[in-house]
Ligand binder design. Structure first.
Ligand code: PLP
Length: 394
């Protein structure tokens, strides 16, 4: 036996994105990469902002003694202060460096938070369609997940369904706005109701229920107003994010978690989170890139480019007959599959070298996901293939 039964099962159930990506590599070998339209992976094709390279050169040219050593498991004070400053500016609460732990991406941060708060058998609500790793992350720390659907057309919060789903074992709810895979952004008005709802449930059930806000796309949004801060509405809330998308640094594994300073026993939570960052084996977020992002908190990749790609595909596909909500952020479209079987639909798309991910991979059969964080040239070259595909169904 080389793999446990549990992991074998998890791999089978969670590998849609990877499966499609590998099939894409296969098709590229056969047809040539320029003839394959790979919309499977949320791996930004843009380069990090120029300031990243400038800061990197500064550090390389002026190394400080000890800059590669172990550090406080929470991360450098300088980096946490820079993060806290931005969080204080974008919310109505005064966040300090003591409320921040630098993490190995949002994935690392989510695992740290879940390990910190979950007792065995406790429940975490996740909202469909969802980022598929949530199930594994919760399971990593002995929790169970309960899926609550968002509205099936707009993908906005279904607050009544959340209210009904919270029970005596619920310890947390994970929200993700702007959302992967739908691009939905939750407005202030709904977050306010959610905050009231969670406080009422906490009172009724006599337990803390955390809101974990997973926000790696917070700066990738298409209207001018910022994504509302959950800190303003939900007392027991934690923000988890990364610079994988906003600075296009997914390979560098850099992100952070930040606790609402108003959280119950926030000091104890932070002590737990710092400990968990260590014992999960992360120890601390990578030293060099912590120094860099301390200087880049006000930088972002060019959102205008993403907006153009969103508009190009949205306009083209809706004109062809595909139905979808227009996303307010992130870099995904999540249309309805024109046939009920989304896996069959994705197979039919593959015949035109269009690589997509079935909604089933996000707990949402009957839809499919398009990741448009790829070169505009590829998107433009793919348009005739979309037309041929649409002719089969509309
Ligand atoms: N959460 C969501 C919703 C994501 O889409 C991703 C990555 O695609 C992550 C978390 C993990 O990102 P990171 O690279 O920061 O670990």
């Amino acid at each position: 036996m080389s793999v446990s039964d549990k992991i074998k099962k998890s791999i089978e159930g969670s590998s849609w994105i990877r499966k499609m990506f590998e099939e894409g590599a296969n098709l590229s070998r056969i047809h040539g990469a320029e003839n394959v339209f790979d919309f499977t992976i949320g791996n930004p094709s843009v380069e990090p902002p120029a300031a990243f390279r400038e800061e990197l050169l500064k550090i390389a040219n002026h190394p400080q003694p000890g800059m590669h050593r172990y550090m406080n498991n929470a991360g450098y004070e300088e980096t946490r202060s820079a993060v806290a400053e931005i969080l204080s500016e974008t919310s109505a609460v005064p966040v300090g460096p003591e409320h921040v732990v630098m993490t190995c991406g949002a994935g690392g941060g989510l695992n740290v938070v879940l390990k910190t708060i979950l007792n065995p058998g406790e429940e975490v609500l996740i909202l469909a369609p969802f980022f598929v790793e949530y199930k594994s992350y919760v399971d990593n720390h002995g929790g169970t997940t309960t899926v609550v659907w968002t509205d099936r057309e707009t993908f906005q919060l279904d607050l009544a369904a959340i209210d009904a789903a919270i029970g005596p074992l619920t310890r947390a709810i994970i929200v993700n706005s702007p959302n992967n895979p739908t691009g939905a952004i939750y407005p202030e008005s709904d977050l306010r109701i959610l905050g009231d709802l969670l406080r009422r449930k906490e009172k009724e059930l006599g337990r803390t229920i955390f809101l974990i806000s997973d926000e790696p796309y917070a700066r990738i949004r298409y209207d001018d107003s910022p994504v509302p801060s959950v800190f303003n509405f939900v007392t027991n809330s934690v923000v988890v994010t990364s610079h994988s998308k906003d600075l296009a640094l997914p390979g560098e594994r850099i992100g952070y978690l930040a606790a609402n300073p108003a959280m119950n026993q926030v000091g104890k939570f932070m002590e737990g989170a710092v400990f968990c960052n260590r014992v999960l084996g992360f120890c601390n977020a990578p030293a060099l890139v912590q120094r860099l992002v301390a200087k880049l908190q006000r930088e972002s990749v060019d959102i205008q480019k993403y907006r153009e790609k969103r508009d190009l595909l949205y306009e083209h596909l809706t004109a062809l007959g595909f139905r979808m909500a227009k996303p307010g952020g992130a870099f995904y479209l999540f249309p309805l599959s024109p046939i009920e079987d989304d896996i069959e639909f994705v197979r039919r798309a593959q015949r035109y070298n269009l690589l997509l991910v079935p909604g089933t991979g996000f707990g949402a059969p009957g839809y499919f996901r398009i990741a448009y964080c790829i070169d505009e040239g590829i998107i433009r070259r793919s348009l005739p293939a979309w037309e041929k595909l649409a002719r089969e169904f509309f």
